[in-house]
Structures are given as structure tokens and as C-alpha cells.
Design a protein around this ligand. Structure first.
Ligand SMILES: [Zn+2]
Length: 274
């Protein structure tokens, strides 16, 4: 009986050592990826397809390259409707997604394992989960983000979104803003804030700007933000994120408080890049 107990203790210890060793190995691998520059081939794709990359300050370019290495190593891409996944597709999408977290220490798209890429706007009949709401959609869409699930993108929109860096629309940033938003367990426009970030001020500023957009849309008036952001607070956060990165000057001029909150959230000041 005693020898049985010893055997169990040895087995548990061996299991613990194995798991600990594997965890340490994975951690070292990840740190190596984060510290490495992109390969020359991947770098050439980013420079060609994602003009925003060269606008970033050098220190952020270096961080972005490391994050992209990790992204490309951990996220699996699937082509739909005949799309053949190439480095062009993977790298162009990874760059835009990782810009969102380029200066947020220890932030990662935790629940994201897969990205499905369609050639163009796709018809989705899937039952999606947004927050606690299940919705069925059947209109043509350029992107979707699933809570605890994949991101789905139309490649033509994802590529054009990167190329047209200042039109205020970027489907990859939009869907990955939803991925960040989802990390609280609810997709509601209130993402996880850092400890030094006032949640009450975030809520107040967002509510005021969101209501202004809703009023402007209802009255047929223009607003610096795309009217789609008036759909619900989650869409508002995603739409505001697109403007924050693509037309920061304009967003700051029209919605300075909102710009300030996003700047603190992303720990970035894109208005200074252009
Ligand atoms: Zn959305």
C-alpha cells in the first residue's frame, strides 16, 4: 500500500514537472517571437500593403513586428469559397489586428484561434453571439467577430481597408476592436480598462458621444463618426476605433474627450503620427 502511495506521488510530481517544463518552453518560444523582427519576406508585404506601418514611430514598429510574429504563429487562417491562404493575406491581416494592441502591455486576443477569410462580402446565416444576444444575420457582410470564437473577414475589404489608410473605415480594426471588447465577457463597448483608467469617466464620455451620434443619425445630420456606430454601444466602440487610427486629427477635433479616452485605452496618440 505504501509503495502504491509512493508511486502515485512520483506520477503526480512527474506530471507537474512535465507541465511546468512545457509551460516554460512555450513561454520562451513566445518571448523569442515577440523579440524577433519580421522575416524580410513578411516585412516587404507589410510595407507594400499596410501604409500605416511606416507611419509608426520606430519603437512601435519594432513592437508590432514581434506581435505579428506571435499572431502568425498562434492564429490559424482558413480560406473559404476558394480563397487560398497566402502570406499576403496572413501578414496584411495580422499587421492591422496587432496595431490595436501594439502599446498595450500584456494584452492579447485571448480567445482568438482562427480567422476565416472569404474572397469578398459574404452571406452569413450563422447564429452569432454578441454579448448575451444571439442574432441571425443574412445580409452580406465584410466581417464578423464571434464572442470566444473566430473572426471572419472578406479579403477584398481587409486589403482595401489597409490600403485606404485614411478613409476612416477599416474592417480588420473594427472586428478586432470587438475581440478586445469581448474580453470582459460582454460585447458592450466597455472593454477591460487598465487600473489607472477611470471606468466612470470612460462610461460618461462614451455615453455622451454615442448619444450625439444617435441624435445626429436620427436628425439626418452629419457626424465625424460613421452612422453604423449608432447601432449599439459595441458598434460605437468599433467604429470609433476605426476613426481613432485612420483619421485621428478629425476625431480629436470633433470629439476631443472620446479621442482622449481611446488614447488612454490604446496607450497611443495616432494624431502625432501623421
Ligand atoms: Zn461590428
Amino acid at each position: 500500500m505504501a509503495s502504491m502511495n509512493i508511486l502515485i506521488i512520483i506520477l503526480i510530481a512527474a506530471g507537474g514537472l512535465y507541465l511546468g517544463g512545457r509551460w516554460a518552453y512555450q513561454r520562451r518560444q513566445r518571448e523569442a517571437l515577440l523579440a524577433a523582427p519580421l522575416s524580410a519576406a513578411h516585412k516587404a508585404i507589410v510595407v507594400k500593403n499596410v501604409p500605416l506601418f511606416e507611419k509608426l514611430p520606430d519603437a512601435l514598429q519594432t513592437k508590432l513586428e514581434g506581435l505579428m510574429n506571435r499572431f502568425l504563429s498562434e492564429v490559424t487562417f482558413f480560406g473559404q469559397q476558394g480563397v487560398k491562404i497566402t502570406d499576403d493575406i496572413r501578414v496584411t491581416i495580422a499587421a492591422q489586428a496587432c496595431v490595436l494592441i501594439v502599446n498595450k502591455e500584456n494584452r492579447w486576443f485571448k480567445s482568438l484561434k482562427t480567422i476565416h477569410v472569404y474572397p469578398a462580402a459574404f452571406k452569413s446565416k450563422l447564429v452569432g453571439v454578441e454579448g448575451h444576444v444571439h442574432s441571425e444575420r443574412d445580409q452580406a457582410r465584410s466581417g464578423e467577430s464571434w464572442a470566444k470564437g473566430p473572426v471572419i473577414l472578406a479579403w477584398d475589404h481587409a486589403a482595401y481597408g489597409a490600403f485606404a489608410a485614411h478613409d476612416g473605415q477599416n474592417v480588420v480594426m473594427h472586428e478586432f476592436a470587438h475581440q478586445l471588447d469581448e474580453q470582459t465577457g460582454k460585447t458592450d463597448g466597455s472593454p477591460l480598462l487598465d487600473k489607472d483608467h477611470s471606468a466612470s469617466r470612460w462610461a460618461r464620455v462614451f455615453q455622451v458621444a454615442y448619444q450625439r451620434l444617435r441624435d445626429d443619425v436620427a436628425a439626418g445630420r452629419g457626424n465625424v463618426l460613421n452612422g453604423y456606430g449608432a447601432t449599439n454601444p459595441a458598434e460605437f466602440f468599433a467604429v470609433a476605433t476605426e476613426m481613432f487610427f485612420e483619421r485621428p486629427d478629425e476625431l480629436r477635433a470633433h470629439e476631443p474627450d472620446l479621442y482622449g479616452e481611446l488614447s488612454q485605452y490604446y496607450r497611443l496618440d495616432p494624431a502625432a503620427w501623421y
